[in-house]
Ligand binder design. Sequence first.
Ligand code: BGC
Length: 781
Amino acid sequence: MITHPAYTVDPWSLHERGLQLDMLAQSESVFALSNGHIGWRGNLDEGEPHGLPGSYLNGVHELRPLPYAEAGYGYPESGQSVINVTNGKIIRLLVDDEPFDLRYGTLRSHERTLDLRSGLLHRVCEWTSPSGRTVRVRSTRLVAFSERAIAAIRFEVEAVDAEVRLVVQSELVANEALPQGSGDPRATSAITAPLVAEEDFAAGMRLRLVHTTERSRLRVAAAADHLVEGPAETQTSSESDADVSRLTVTSQVAPGQSLRLTKFVSYGWSAERSLPSVRDQVDAALAGARSTGWEQLLAQQRSYLDDFWEHADVEVDGDPQIQQAVRFGLFHALQAGARGEGRAIPAKGLTGSGYDGHCFWDTEAFVLPVLTYTHPEAVADVLRWRQNTLPAARDRALQLGLRGATFPWRTVTGSECSAYWPAGTAAFHINADVADAVTTYVSATGDEDFARDTGVEILVETARLWSSLGQTDADGTFHIDGVTGPDEYSALVDDNVFTNLMARSNLRTAVAAVQRYPEQAAALGVSAEETTAWRLAADRTHIPYNADLDVHEQHAGFTRHEKWDFAETRADQYPLLLHYPYFDLYRKQVVKQADLVLAMYKCGDLFSDQEKRRNFAYYEALTVRDSSLSACCQAIMAAEVGHVDLAYAYLGEAALMDLDDLENNTRDGLHIASLAGSWLALVAGFGGMRQKGATLTFAPRLPGQLSRLAFKVQTRGRCLRVEIDSSAVTYTLTSGEPLGIVHDGTQLTVSTTRSPRMPLVAPAPEPAPEQPEGRRPAQRP
Ligand code: BGC
């Protein structure tokens, strides 16, 4: 869509000119506002037309039975789906006797802007009703970073050429009708009318609705309060029933005059607390927001983001689209995690109901590695959420006959919600991904309290899982059989290299954590025999290699399989999962998403440079990128092995995944991991940044199209700025004690007074690898 003339390319905002009804659902996703606790899709104020109405509260879900044609032991019986909670965004308008509905009358102008620095969504439009009355409508919306339970809207209507009577209805609406599902397995299983009314209230300017979910028994409250400014005779009234609570404002407005409504909305939910307590919570939050006031909420929003960008901005010279996209991606990654506080980050953040609002490995493998260096507080919170879900993960391990903990492949609250074993629980690598996120966070921040109170428990329980899941053969080699790696076009395989290497590192970091925190380890019952077993398993983990082809095997036997017939596969048959049976995908060499290539990034020290080059070329020819998680990984490794232009093309794909709706499902919500991945492609790809123990290392490169790339990372209480131009790299410390880093193998010390400038060494040119026919990434213009 960003290539659509309606969208402009701007370094700090996303701007739409005119209302593009055919892209409404996509625009609602890209214009979504969230603070990680509340999520509001960018639906129009008046509610209709809409693509997908969406208001979400992180963690609020309904249970639904998971049907199986043939049941089996240990299959999860109950699924969880995010629900559309009470909509506090709705502000309807009647102009004289006609509803303000942009499908009727004449829309003279319509503009929406998401401002990435102020965190506001602005809308301004001019509309002439079918009977010829023209009004100018302005709205500004925010979901507050500073006050977690609060969202707010300022809505203003101005009469343009004649006096009009305006009726504004500001509402809270529960159980909105949702459009029929698309049938795409990646979308949501829509639950109609999930909220059972408990209490409704309207008095003066205040509204409140309290509901509970039928099966998950969550109590959800939304409340609103208003300020109304308008001509002298402006009148207000309010009323409420079970699912709609409404303030009505009536006013006679002369040309040049306007009616202005400021709406504060608060949300709260709980599985435990009583009705009076949740009611009081939303009322209290609302009172707080009223006392803060609109202007101050705006100022706090700006200041929160100023602080974020001050420590996290990425500057890209030479490609304005990428500049915009990377900031857009960072903004949404921040929105997804900022105030989650003890909740997950779903694959779509809180921007849509795709994937049922589930959290996958996307969070730990893609989003947290970005937030670790840009907003580390959020990372500790998400990982504490994982820690809080350990009881469910331990139960799951027990059910499966394993030790330690088995984190769910997809979940809202911590229990397994994947009804499909091969691309569900069998993707055991998620456990090592969680452990890796713990280790990276601790290495990057030096947060000892977290390492002791949270890290060690996660590392120990996941190490226990690996040592019980794997088996040692007669030769003493450790194998992990019957698992699914990141590539979901291979399933239930033996010795997936990614899984094995990540498990190996998990086992080793667990041993180190146990040594460092013996008291915590003792409390977890870790014995000396246990750690010896972990060490041995790690030292003897099998890593399959095909010596004839001179490449690693994605898993044992992978390279023996027949290759997928790419020449016979038409462009419209991708993604393959929607057009071919899994049985055929599973037995051929075809890779849905980076798997071995991701292993070479996450566990890079375990591959030689030559191996990386050969492996990259081999898997490049098999990888179809049917998952949005692939392009950024391929960008990182393409940059490392010297295919800088290819890396640049993959960066474009990761960065524009939603702005260009590349997978045709942005309507269901944003691909938060891919958006975060555009940062990874720039920083880990072109910056070559890796975390090695406590040290950051860099191996910078710059594609010819870019004249400059600069980024900031937070590490160990400091903020490091890296600036790469066509001839050199400059490292600057904007705050904190001197920092040791490594540039292209050379140790450097950066301090606030010493900013080393190192020459940029271009990688030796390599023959470009081939991609499957028709799956070459688009070249950047
Ligand atoms: C990918 C998974 C990913 C999930 C959610 C799937 O298509 O294969 O790796 O976790 O989408 O983004």
